[in-house]
Ligand binder design. Structure first.
Ligand SMILES: Nc1nc2c(ncn2[C@@H]2O[C@H](COP(=O)(O)OP(=O)(O)O)[C@@H](O)[C@H]2O)c(=O)[nH]1
Ligand SMILES: [Mg+2]
Length: 312
């Protein structure tokens, strides 16, 4: 299972104290020469291309940057502390008090989460010192949403993983019993120098009327999907399946259905009367599902092409 949400504590460094020092020139004369303290370290979140979930935060939930060094006599400045860089996977949303501070959805993005404190001022320019600034401390929720353009959704055993495998060339486990896919898998598809990520998902489960089914938590990962492939293998009841699937998605989060392109697939058509199916082929109309068969490799290449045509 991937770890996709976690609470983490971040704290930047405190500034170093300014020095209060006097340099004596003679028995009657002295001048102030206390140097300033160094800056405390920032905490910076940085996207790493090598991370694919938040499991690295399981054992380590506190990240504290170092404090700035103290100023010294003879006007010597304290050293600034190094920044603390915390790597996160691309697709991490950074949340404080339920407010999204930033969505690190791009490859080269970083975000200053806690600013290090300014160093204290020594008494070199004035007769007194100024205290250093404290660092910032934040309780943050890291919320990872898998970067993907295409998500495959359906009820148990409808043929999701088989379609995923034939689109992507992967070999994810396919089985004739429900709930084989327990976590999301994803992989890239490529066509004429364009690349998109396709997401295979666990099966959608239905809640009792009026309730939300909490086991559909994986639906958070279709947040970024632009195209959603709904699959049914029920040749007589696919329209109803698509309605029920959309209903579960909107029960989970009503905002999820907005601005997505939907493809409606009728899977495993090698099992049914093909004459009837061919007449009804349409990808974007839930009344007329698009017929595919992984077993007979029917409709797969065209489906792939249509994905690229629609995503541009
Ligand atoms: N006849 C036939 N069976 C299929 C086809 N696609 C999938 N299946 C079978 O349907 C079952 C469920 O497939 P799977 O891809 O694991 O479904 P998922 O639970 O929705 O991911 C497996 O036994 C597959 O072999 C197909 O195109 N034709
Ligand atoms: Mg599956």
């Amino acid at each position: 299972m991937i770890v996709d949400i976690t609470k983490v504590y971040f704290q930047s460094g405190r500034g170093g104290e300014g020095s209060s020092s006097l340099m004596r020139i003679s028995s009657r004369k002295a001048f102030a020469c206390g140097g300033d303290g160094g800056r405390g370290g920032d905490v910076i979140l940085k996207v790493s291309p090598h991370l694919y979930d938040l499991s690295k935060f399981k054992g380590n939930k506190k990240f504290i940057a170092k404090n700035g060094q103290q100023g010294k006599e003879k006007n010597k400045y304290g050293k600034n502390a190094e920044d603390l860089i915390v790597k996160v996977p691309r697709g991490t949303r950074v949340i404080e008090n339920q407010k999204v501070l930033v969505d690190l959805a791009d490859r080269e993005k970083s975000f200053l989460i806690c600013r290090g404190g300014r160093g204290g001022k020594g008494n070199n320019k004035r007769s007194y010192c100024l205290p250093p600034q404290e660092g910032e401390a934040k309780e943050i929720v890291l919320d990872y949403r898998i970067p993907n353009e295409v998500a495959i959704l359906g009820f148990a055993n409808s043929g999701k993983t088989s379609i995923f495998n034939s689109l992507t060339g992967q070999k994810a486990k396919v089985a004739g019993y429900p709930f084989t896919t327990t976590s999301c898998f994803w992989s890239e598809i490529e066509h004429e120098f364009k690349k998109f990520t396709v997401l295979d998902t666990p099966s959608i489960k239905e809640a009792k009327p009026g309730l939300k089914y909490t086991e559909n938590a994986f639906l958070r990962h279709i947040f970024r999907s632009r195209l959603i492939i709904l699959i049914s293998d029920n040749c007589l009841g696919f329209k109803n399946d698509f309605l029920r699937l959309k209903n579960e998605i909107s029960l989970f989060d009503s905002g999820l259905l907005k601005e997505k392109i939907f493809f409606y697939l009728l899977a495993k058509v090698d099992k049914i009367d093909k004459e009837n199916i061919q007449k009804k082929n349409s990808l974007q109309n839930p009344q007329e599902a698009y017929a595919v068969s992984v077993k007979e490799f029917q409709g797969i290449d065209k489906l792939k092409k249509l994905i690229f045509d629609n995503l541009g």
